[in-house]
Design a protein around this ligand. Structure first.
Ligand code: NAG
Ligand code: NAG
Ligand code: CU
Length: 293
């Protein structure tokens, strides 16, 4: 009973303070800059929900995202966005900004202009976000996240205790990576919007990221372009010659014929050629055992 009252109270408090509380990420590259507006939840039914209704023109610079590394942001209330070091004091008195934590995630759209909700693939999740003292949150980045000079990234937050609401800030990002390529599959943000009309959230009534996503870097599949596929096709050819079937070897290019045979092939070929001999020995063994008895 008392817990129901507490939850109801939390919902009321949340709605009452929609224009003066909650959380955002603080970085000049965020669309909307450090506008206080950014800390507000996306409003169901609001046409401006996407990227908080902001555009890239209002952002300065880019956030560098290192594949295999991590990205760190202060996740705090707007009042502390220019003073992250003092966030614990500034945001601490505001019960709405904490929401007992929740889950945050980073996503990326591999385009600069005309970004749409469906373009975002999620690449990192943090199950303990924000922290109680409104410190910086660390997001692990997959090692194969493809390079990008000028992309759009987003931060989303689904609070632990709140009304059905979600937060989203977009920011300009650049990915530094040894991988060039295109994301072919992964976890798409469109399947993890929450309380946004038109998008079915996965994971039940309150799909906190920790209920449906691993903590840390998220797996993505990447197709490499022809330039680097050249290197890969040579590797594939070598593998094809190891297969015992002569038809699959014939598919390989002429170049493959001159590829030195790897050790495993020699071993397996040896086994195959020995086996008829082994079968031939079988009667000998049988006869000798007959003679013995
Ligand atoms: C990726 O593309 C860049 C620019 O086109 C190129 O300089 C770099 O060598 C490529 N890296 C790989 C691993 O193919
Ligand atoms: C792969 O094959 C191409 C074309 O024959 C060749 O130019 C390239 O050097 C090869 N790469 C490797 C790593 O062997
Ligand atoms: Cu709220």
């Amino acid at each position: 009973m008392s817990s129901k009252i507490a939850i109801f109270g939390a919902l009321l408090a949340c709605h009452a303070a929609v224009t003066s509380a909650h959380l955002m990420i603080s970085n000049p590259a965020v669309w909307g800059g450090r506008s206080d507006e950014l800390e507000n939840p996306l409003q169901p039914g609001n046409e401006n929900w996407f990227c908080h209704g902001q555009s890239r023109e209002s952002a300065k610079g880019q956030v560098e995202v290192k594949a295999g590394g991590s990205v760190t942001f202060p996740v705090l209330c707007a009042a502390a966005s220019n003073n992250p070091g003092d966030a614990a004091n500034i945001c601490g008195n505001d019960p709405n900004s904490w929401h007992n934590g929740g889950g945050c995630a980073l996503s990326i759209a591999y385009k600069k202009d005309g970004v749409k909700p469906d373009d975002f693939v999620m690449f990192s999740s943090n199950h303990d976000c924000p922290t109680r003292n409104f410190g910086s949150i660390d997001f692990k980045v997959p090692a194969n996240l493809p390079a990008c000079d000028d992309c759009v990234c987003s931060w989303t937050w689904i609070p632990q205790t709140a009304a059905d609401e979600m937060y989203m800030n977009c920011f300009n990002c650049k990915v530094l990576s040894d991988t060039n390529g295109t994301v072919t599959s992964g976890t798409y943000l469109k399947d993890h919007y929450f309380a946004v009309p038109g998008y079915e959230s996965k994971g039940g009534a309150r799909p906190l990221y920790k209920n449906v996503l691993p903590n840390g870097e998220l797996k993505i599949q990447v197709a490499t372009p022809p330039a680097s596929a050249n290197f890969q096709s040579n590797t594939t050819t070598t593998v094809a010659t190891v297969k015992p079937s002569s038809t699959s070897a014939a598919v390989a290019t002429g170049q493959a014929t001159f590829t030195p045979a790897p050790t495993p092939e020699i071993k397996s070929a040896g086994l195959v050629s020995f086996s008829p001999v082994a079968w031939g020995l079988l009667p000998v063994v049988a006869i000798s055992s007959l003679l013995f008895f």
